[in-house]
Design a protein around this ligand. Structure first.
Ligand code: ADP
Ligand code: MG
Length: 305
């Protein structure tokens, strides 16, 4: 982008600020820049360089960038999604994620993405901001990249993380392949902590990922420890079979209690022990707790610790 253009765009954003920041929502009809372009402008204004989009989820855009020749970092900003059921503002969502990250690091919960800071900024007609995070690579559950024994180890790393998170009084609530990444030192890292929350408590909104969500949580905003176990088993199932435990079809979503096809029936070459562990984690009614699930996984020949 040309320098002059950047300056004009920043002026435009600053003009919009005059509408009244205190209300969080600013009806900024003049702002026609997409979210990524706004991030580019705001981040370069804050001294970040080499900005590249690296990820997109249901609620955010993530870019990589560097500042003062330091190591590259990831910067996550929440999009104001007009179709989102969430009643929270982007700033509130990011602030919750920042608080959760701080809390989990304070409690020394392992394998949580490193957190460097939270800065407010004005976006999309909303008061939002950025989280600065350790830069990671792709999903740790990509079967094109990792062998079965590696996928099993990644599962155990996340189970370890969940164990300490649950002990600290929170659940993750949205365990799935796109929220479990590999960092550049080859360590597994859990991301997307905006919706980490107290188990079994009623919330206004909750992440809904039908392909990995426990069936008992379908018609509720409650998220539970046992739900994290199901989603972790579903994440490994997906990595091994290439299939979600539930399809995106109407029928599949309307009958969430139906058991998925066993991996070996889909010609996936795994041991009976590993299949048993995964299918137990996906049980609708009689599911092992996290410790029992870990024991089952560790008993399988694919677990090589
Ligand atoms: N620290 C990071 N390093 C590299 N990529 C990341 C990082 N955090 C998130 N991403 C990428 O961005 C995507 C969306 O981020 P996420 O925190 O999951 O937000 P959302 O709430 O929108 O799902 C992730 O699935 C991942 O691909
Ligand atoms: Mg995500």
């Amino acid at each position: 982008m040309l320098r002059g253009e950047t300056t004009r765009s920043i002026e435009k954003l600053e003009d919009s600020l005059d509408y009244g920041l205190d209300k969080f929502y600013i009806n900024d009809k003049n702002n026609d820049l997409d979210h990524y372009s706004q991030m580019e402008i705001i981040l370069s204004n804050k001294g970040y360089q080499d900005i590249n989009e690296i990820g997109k989820g249901g609620s955010g855009i993530v870019v990589s960038a560097s500042k003062n020749n330091d190591n590259r970092v990831a910067l996550k900003s929440t999009i104001c999604n007009p179709y989102s059921s969430s009643i929270e503002t982007p700033w509130e969502i990011l602030n919750m994620e920042a608080k959760n990250l701080e809390f989990l690091h304070d409690k020394k919960v392992p394998n949580i993405v490193d957190f460097y800071g939270f800065e407010s900024a004005f976006f999309d007609g909303f008061y939002g901001g950025f989280l600065e995070l350790e830069l990671c690579k792709d999903s740790a559950f990509d079967k094109e990249v990792y062998e079965t024994s590696e996928l099993v180890n990644h599962t155990l790393d996340i189970a370890d993380s969940l164990y300490y998170m649950h002990e600290a009084g929170l659940v993750h609530g949205d365990i799935k392949p796109s929220n479990i990444l590999m960092n550049y030192s080859g360590k597994v890292k859990l991301v997307d902590l905006a919706t980490a929350r107290k188990p079994r408590k009623f919330y206004e909104s909750s992440p809904f990922s039908p392909g990995v969500l426990a069936p008992e949580l379908f018609n509720t905003t409650i998220r539970s420890r046992s739900g994290d176990v199901f989603s972790l088993a579903a994440t490994l199932y997906r990595a091994l079979t290439g299939e979600n435990v539930r399809e995106k079809s109407y029928e599949s979503i309307m009958s969430p209690f139906e058991a998925p096809t066993a991996p070996r029936d889909l010609d996936v070459e795994i041991s009976g022990g590993l299949e048993y562990a995964i299918m137990s984690g996906l049980e609708a009614y009689d599911r092992p707790n996290l410790g029992e699930f870990v024991e089952l996984i560790e008993k399988s020949p694919e677990s090589v610790n």
